[in-house]
Design a protein. Structure first.
Length: 102
């Protein structure tokens, strides 16, 4: 999910690709709409404001993925705050900042 120069990705702790960005920011390249952009990536795994906002923003934009991560949606199709709080320990947020917007 992209907001300007920020791309957010969610993953499960069961995968390992996000470990590459634990000591971030790490310089990366990301392909968006068949174009490659230089960027930097960080992994958020611990509960906190940035972590919660990452989950909230991603699942608000892509609500169909909420079920995959065990997060329920409220009557407005927004992720439930209690479920976001409980996500630490099994949901990973990767934030990729583009050097210039796509």
């Amino acid at each position: 999910m992209q907001e300007g120069s920020l791309v957010r990705l969610l993953s499960s702790h069961n995968t390992r690709w996000w470990n590459n960005f634990l000591d971030g920011p790490v310089n990366v390249e990301i392909d968006i709409a068949r174009k490659t952009y230089p960027a930097s990536a960080v992994t958020l795994v611990e509960d906190g404001p940035e972590y919660r906002e990452g989950i909230r923003a991603f699942l608000t934009a892509v609500p169909r993925d909420a079920r995959v991560y065990g997060i329920n949606l409220d009557e407005n199709r927004k992720p439930r705050e209690q479920d976001i709080e409980n996500a630490a320990g099994h949901v990973v947020v990767v934030e990729v900042r583009l050097e210039y917007p796509a």
